[in-house]
Design a protein around this ligand. Structure first.
Ligand code: UGA
Length: 429
């Protein structure tokens, strides 16, 4: 099939590369000329394991190409995916300006039937609004359908998730749209759930908010564990062995970040409120999440007494491992607080340094974890990159001024850390 994908951010890039990989002809469009030029040279603008290989296969097979010309992309494809960004507004609502602008461009380029698919994470009823606006602009003269096809891939595992989804959700309003969407996803071996537009949109909100709720739930439990001498890791294991609960997303720590959960929880609260329902549960989910930063800082202050004039080494800046994404990373407010309190901060992240420099200019970037720890009064771990779990703790201790380990992601074995001579504090253990 001939497809186009408008917007080459995380979702758009993975979608276009993977759909080309399964045999479709795909045009990726973006108004950012530098980005398109980079992609034409086969370079991925983001760090995402496996993506450059899939992009290279797409270029070699000539099934994947990139353009800045959205009009051409619309004209040359049967199905058009909208994957532009929907950043958070001050109010918590998602900013859908870019989606609306793409809908206008599509309307202006329509000459015969097209299926327009919203794949960006958007507020419920966006599909309906895209449909109505295109209908108004084309005065009903050109047939088209709008579908909603929410994306459930995770950054850092996006290619793997896209190629092997648990399910594919398709919101449609006509049989023709359903048929086309089923054709797009024919190469994939997983259940396909077909719903109306609003239901598909709601499935995305409800899924992300539920996962965020699982994380805040275990973080709240972790706070109780600390007070009663229980170990949250084992609590999560015991809970997770119940098939109705499941172990996934029960890792306690400094909380969730990234471009999705913080933004999506806030947006879902706003959407529910606008629809007349106060989603107090989700407000609490966000509050618990932000409180986890204070928990970590409390552990640090407990160990060091004061933060002024202390040197703190921070290991891990990205909001999670296997990504260089710094959006809403817990490291940012935590490090800003450390700096405000007069601490000197030395940091190390295996891939996020380039992005981190833009948001955290006032810290010292180090070459490796031991370099970061040199002369430090404490090491604080904020992202569970696998290499941190393999550090030689004795070597780490020997380069530090005070042997203090604050483990924001429960990576190290507390006994091993204490045996290596550390004052150790994890989250809920
Ligand atoms: C999330 C969802 O998992 C995807 O299904 C969805 O498609 C995506 O948002 C999106 O809406 O685009 P993502 O934000 O890439 O994916 O990453 P996750 O692996 O879900 O992690 C999110 C945050 O939760 C990270 O900061 C991670 O450290 C934190 N987390 C995750 C925990 O603190 N504890 C856990 O047990 C799991």
């Amino acid at each position: 099939m001939k497809l186009s994908v408008i917007g080459t951010g995380y979702v758009g890039l993975v979608t276009s590369a993977c759909l080309a990989d399964v045999g479709h002809e795909v045009i990726g469009a973006d108004r950012d000329a530098d980005r398109i030029e980079r992609l034409r040279q086969g370079r991925s603008p983001i760090f995402e394991p496996g993506l450059e290989e899939v992009l290279a296969r797409g270029a070699a097979s000539k099934r994947l190409r990139f353009t800045t010309d959205t009009v051409e992309a619309v004209r040359e494809s049967d199905v058009i995916f909208i994957t532009v960004g929907t950043p958070s507004l001050e109010s918590g609502n998602a900013d859908v300006t870019a989606v609306a602008a793409v809908a206008e461009t599509i309307a202006a380029s329509l000459t015969d039937y097209r299926l327009i698919v919203e794949k960006s994470t958007v507020p419920v009823r966006t599909g309906e609004r895209i449909r109505d606006q295109i209908h108004l602009l084309t005065r009903g003269a050109v047939p088209f359908d709008v579908a909603c096809n929410p994306e459930f891939t995770r950054e850092g595992a996006a290619v793997q998730d896209f190629m092997h989804p648990d399910r594919i959700v398709i919101g449609v309003e006509s049989e023709r749209a359903e048929r086309l969407m089923r054709d797009v996803y024919r190469p994939f071996d997983c259940p396909i759930l077909v719903t109306n537009l609003a239901t598909a949109e709601l499935i995305k909100h409800a899924s992300n908010a539920f996962l965020a709720m699982k994380i805040s739930y275990i973080n709240a439990v972790a706070n109780v564990c600390e007070r009663v001498g229980a170990d949250v890791g084992l609590v999560a294991q015991g809970m997770g062995q119940d098939a109705r609960i499941g172990r996934a997303f029960l890792n306690a720590g400094v909380g969730y970040g990234g471009s999705c959960f913080p933004k999506d929880v806030a947006a879902f609260v706003q959407i529910a409120s606008a629809a007349g329902y106060e989603f107090g549960l989700l407000k609490e989910v966000a509050r618990i999440n932000e409180g986890q930063r204070d928990v970590l800082l409390r552990h640090l202050t407990e160990a060091l007494w004061v933060l002024a004039n202390r040197t703190i080494a921070v290991l891990g800046l990205a909001y999670k491992p296997d990504t260089d994404d710094m959006r809403d990373a817990p490291s940012v407010p935590i490090i800003e607080r450390l700096c405000r309190d007069g601490a000197a901060v030395r940091v190390y992240d295996p891939v996020a340094e380039r992005n981190a420099r833009r948001v955290l200019p006032e810290v010292t970037y180090c070459a490796d974890p031991y370099d970061a720890a040199r002369g430090a009064d404490a090491v604080v771990l904020l992202t569970e990159w696998p290499e941190f779990g393999r550090l030689d703790l004795t070597r780490l201790r020997d380069v530090m001024r005070r042997p203090v380990l604050i483990d924001g992601r429960n990576v190290w074995d507390p006994e091993a850390a204490r045996a290596a001579g550390f004052h150790y504090a994890g989250m809920g253990r």
